[in-house]
Design a protein around this ligand. Structure first.
Ligand code: 5GP
Length: 176
């Protein structure tokens, strides 16, 4: 436990939900192959846990993205800082994201990946903040819906820190 951080979702709840999501994905895609497309960096713990609960033949690939502008004024202009390593034409893609906030990053990624002619694209997000949505993106597999708070831990950072926490927490006012 780190000082200045209030626990929002404890480790056991995250692990239980991630297992459920993996089992649901395994049932939905039974008999098919899947490519998990992780959105770096925030997805790395979620994707590592999720993929171990998916009982299917699958490949893991990653996209690095960064948004122009600061967090308070999301422009929706997203830059791909690191691209997929393989073509995805004809594949079933499942985009794995840490959090859908305004939805602008995911909207961009859906457009970008869609232009590569995959067989299907679905979204799996650990968290969603519906109160912040600017565009509505369809989340096929969702871990938790949360209020409009800034969360850290389990892959999510504040200024590069806190990604290693096993739980999801909210930074205290003094910590922001
Ligand atoms: P969107 O384009 O949906 O507004 O932003 C998505 C990205 O913003 C996420 O992938 C994440 O990097 C960042 N983000 C949004 N809300 C939070 C939050 O509460 N905590 C952290 N650490 N990052 C967030």
């Amino acid at each position: 436990m780190q000082t200045g951080i209030r626990t929002l979702i404890p480790e056991q709840d995250i692990q239980r939900r991630v297992r459920e999501l993996g089992e649901q994905i395994s049932r939905d895609y039974a008999g098919q192959e899947l490519v998990l497309v992780g959105v770096l960096k925030g997805c790395f713990l979620f994707m590592a846990d999720l993929c171990r609960h998916i009982d299917l033949p699958l490949a893991c690939d990653f996209l690095g993205v960064s948004s122009y502008g600061d967090r308070t004024s999301t422009s929706g202009v997203v830059r791909i800082t690191s691209d997929l390593t393989r073509p995805v034409e004809g594949q079933h893609l499942l985009v794995v994201e840490d959090i859908v906030d305004t939805g602008l990053t995911m909207q961009y990624l859906l457009e970008n990946l869609g232009s590569r002619k995959p067989r299907s694209i679905k979204i799996c997000s650990l968290l969603e903040k519906p109160s912040r949505a600017v565009v509505k993106v369809p989340i096929d597999y969702l871990g938790f819906t949360i209020e409009d708070v800034f969360v850290v831990g389990y892959g999510l950072d504040f200024q590069g820190r806190f990604r290693n926490l096993r739980y999801l927490g909210v930074l205290g006012e003094s910590g922001r």
